[in-house]
Design a protein around this ligand. Structure first.
Ligand SMILES: *Cc1c(COP(=O)(O)O)cnc(C)c1O
Length: 458
């Protein structure tokens, strides 16, 4: 036993060993120290309890390397999305173009001009970097960026409707993503909700009749994650904007997802674009940055300069402002929109939505072949990928998936747990991986995982 104890390497010797150099360079030094210390401690216990009679230094080193892989990703880490839901709220909504990572690295690991006007050599405005770009793309007079769309709505209501009435159609009193409920948001902002119309029909005269001295705003809300079918009528933006002007009431639209490109030419149901909303003359429009726009989490407020200028002075803005990482990501995303073809090619969310199904089929074939080679038979099946993100509730795009014959619950769990989480979907009692949301770069990782979890012999 004494010999074995003496054979145990010292922590610092292991930490400086050549074999562990890769690990040392790939994780932070505290974690590295902890890994080495834990492993030696483990062996000390094994020796003490006489559970081993010998061991090799190589064995310890290999264990450390293997354990290091588990801690490398951190808690918030990459997962492989095989669900076919493109804007998956639980899996991080829209994913970003790779170039954004490089730009973020540059601006965030260096000092930058976040709030500095280089031309004038004095304090600048963090909003200014994006405003020109977004007004050019949307046609709005002015714009303001906040943390998310929820913050955008609260800020606008607080500034323009505090202690006053806001008229909303009963068909638009939505709840989105659990915590965003129009009546609650209204209360939080200090505005008073005035419901008009009915669940399925709200006419222009409903709004008109509800306007009093106490009214400050008419709010339209995109119903996003639900749809009323049948006998339905809502009032168009143009009429609302006109009414607002006549009655001297601010008009606002919470567009939610907000698309900047008309996707109907790619076979997606026509949705009013942000540009169309702006053109209708609505005073204020709010959208999310990480839904159909395909950028980072943020909220964008568009509107007349006089209104945006007032919002910039609201105290809530200090709490809702975004940081340099988000601004860099948003600016890079918006730059793609200067050329629509580039946007569709470079913004992953748009690319996945508009991508031809033949491309997805080819991916399915490639992955199927790779599974074949390790002795796992799969079937290529047609699938409907969802746009998701609480945007277009019924909207699907054609896709293909690999269906597995093994027990679906077993597969779902084994692919999900451990290193390199793969999230699939169970459909008609089969486990499937939808190729719409899986990237070719991840194919080898998927195969490695499949080998490791031992499904070939089930
Ligand atoms: C998604 C959505 C929100 C919330 O947006 P976040 O960016 O998640 O805060 C608000 N309103 C509508 C209509 C939405 O679709």
């Amino acid at each position: 036993m004494q010999t074995l104890f003496r054979k145990l390497p010292k922590v610092d010797i292991l930490m400086n060993s050549k074999e562990l150099e890769i690990v040392k360079n790939s994780i932070n030094s505290n974690k590295f120290y902890q890994l080495v210390k834990d492993e030696i401690e483990k062996y000390r216990t094994l020796i003490k309890n006489r559970e081993i009679t010998d061991f090799s230094i190589d064995e310890i080193i290999n264990n450390i390397i293997s354990n290091s892989k588990k801690v490398q990703g951190g808690n918030l880490k990459k997962v492989i999305n095989g669900t076919g839901v493109i804007i998956h709220t639980n899996l991080g909504r829209s994913i970003l173009n790779e170039q954004i990572g490089k730009r973020i690295l540059e601006t965030s690991t260096n000092y930058n001009n976040l709030e500095y006007d280089i031309k004038l050599g004095k304090r600048g405005d963090r909003n200014s970097h994006i405003e020109k770009l977004i007004t050019k793309i949307t046609g709005a007079e002015s714009a303001l960026i906040v943390n998310n769309n929820a913050a955008a709505v609260i800020l606008c209501l607080n500034e323009f409707a505090k202690n006053k009435n806001v008229i909303v159609s009963r068909g638009e009193l939505v709840e989105i993503g659990g915590a965003f409920r129009i009546p609650d948001i209204m209360e939080l902002s200090g505005a008073k909700l005035k419901e008009v119309g009915t669940t399925n029909k709200t006419h222009l005269w409903d709004y008109e009749n509800a306007i009093t001295e106490e009214t400050s705003m008419i709010l339209k809300v995109h119903t996003s994650n639900f749809k009323i079918l049948g006998f339905v009528e809502s009032t168009d933006n143009l009429s609302i904007a006109k009414l607002g002007k006549e009655k001297n009431v601010i008009t606002m639209e919470d567009l939610g997802s907000g698309i900047l490109i008309d996707l109907s030419k790619y076979g997606i149901t026509k949705e009013p674009t942000v540009q169309e909303s702006v053109k209708s003359g609505i005073d204020l429009i709010t959208i999310s940055g990480d839904k159909l726009l395909g950028g980072p989490q943020c909220g964008i407020i568009l509107g007349k300069k006089e209104y945006i200028d007032r919002l910039k002075k609201n105290q809530y803005l200090r709490a809702f402002r975004v940081d340099k990482l988000v601004l860099t990501a948003l600016e890079t995303t918006l730059e793609f929109y200067l050329d629509e073809r580039e946007a569709v090619r470079e913004i992953p969310t748009l690319k996945m939505i508009t991508e031809d199904k033949e491309v997805v089929y080819k991916k399915a074939e490639t992955l199927q072949k790779m599974f074949d080679e390790i002795g796992i038979q799969t079937k290529i099946i047609k699938s409907l990928a969802k746009i998701g993100g609480g945007s277009m509730p019924e909207e699907c795009v054609d896709s293909f998936a690999l269906a597995f014959s093994q027990n679906p619950l077993m597969l779902e769990e084994r692919f999900r747990l451990g290193e390199n989480s793969i999230i699939g979907r169970i459909q008609e009692n089969s486990y499937i991986l939808d190729l719409k949301t899986i990237f070719e770069d991840d194919f080898s990782t998927i195969i490695e995982k499949a080998k490791k979890i031992g499904i070939a012999d089930e």
